[in-house]
Design a protein around this ligand. Sequence first.
Ligand code: PMP
Length: 428
Amino acid sequence: MLYQRSSQLFAEAEKVIPGGVNSPVRAFKGVGGTPIFVKSAKGAYLFDEDGNKLIDYINSWGPMILGHAFEPVVNAVIERAKLGTSFGMPTALETEIAELAVSMVPNIDKIRFVNSGTEACMSAIRLARGFTNRDKIVKFAGCYHGHSDSFLIQAGSGGMTFGTPNSPGVTKGTAKDTLLAKYNDLNSVKELFESNKNEIAAIIIEPVAGNMGCIPPQKGFLEALRMLCDENGTLLIFDEVMTGFRLAKGGAQELFGIKADIVAFGKVIGGGLPVGAFAARNEIMNYLAPLGPVYQAGTLSGNPLAMAAGLEMLKALNSEPAIFERLDQKTAYLEKGIAEKLTANNVKFTINRVGSMISVHFDEASVTDLQSASKGDNETFKKFFHGLLKEGVYIAPSAYETWFITDALSYEDLDFTINAIDKISKEF
Ligand code: PMP
């Protein structure tokens, strides 16, 4: 496949947009080459500026769970746009989607809409701090909760005690309130609670981590966090930006049967428009302005186009619970197919999967946290990525990302992908 026009467009973009992209992960930093410029997409396929057709395993990093240009969403957005695109005043639509979301997700009474997953997590943390009157939060190395200051912290050598900013511009003052633990390592969390008694407002976690590949929580881990929070007056925040409305109608809370105190959403909830949301029981949500003292706001929050898109997406998911089962089956089929081919071709690998989140790691050892995820062979991943691209299959241009399976994928698409993997992995 040729990518001449994409390369040209990228060169032009680089002159006026830093790195040519509006979000770093879109650049092909980890794999080399130039990003592909999309012209359009429909169902399971992307069509790029060079006229190539690609099977899409990213799906806008999650939102397009029912495929690109999903008609009910597209039509709703078109019809709404004719009525005006933003008012900064309440609309009936906002209550409609809020009622539906609250009915689908366990343990929440109220929800507030924002414009991104970052905003959702950032606001959830402020709310937790305000509600508990504590400053510190626990996050897990390798979990991503958006690009707000408190979350851009990674484990340095002293990382288990105080976070170190991993971007200039994040102050040491902010970083010191973010405590770092190891995913799937309960002791690392317990130690933080022991050395920061009555100071931890919240634990924030991706209940299935999706930003270091797909990493499932080990049996009992989330339950233990729940108990630790209860014993210490700390709130448990599930960042369900990836898992919400994907792993089940009610997200990871439903799948694992665990109650979170605050839940953050993004991606699927907006049907592909810029939407995030955070939700909790009344006692907590009533702490928000204008009812309570914790301030949070947004000129475009609850935007009618975004709400119309989200509402159609949630309605579609709510009206056909079999979607989640189907997604699980399709992804299991893919997992089995990939595993068979890689085994047959003597490639060392581990596949992690929860429902329609799946990742292939090029290392035999099990991948349970950031450290083990980092051990994957990046050279093999690069060959995997570019090999698939040549065959017409698009996966994330980074070894540390989950794939997001869409219901628009047919079994023929899955077979095509599995056969492409067979072909390319013979040459690893
Ligand atoms: N939380 C998680 C778990 C995410 O995966 C992401 C984005 N990938 C975010 C938060 C931030 O969302 P956004 O990019 O919409 O700001």
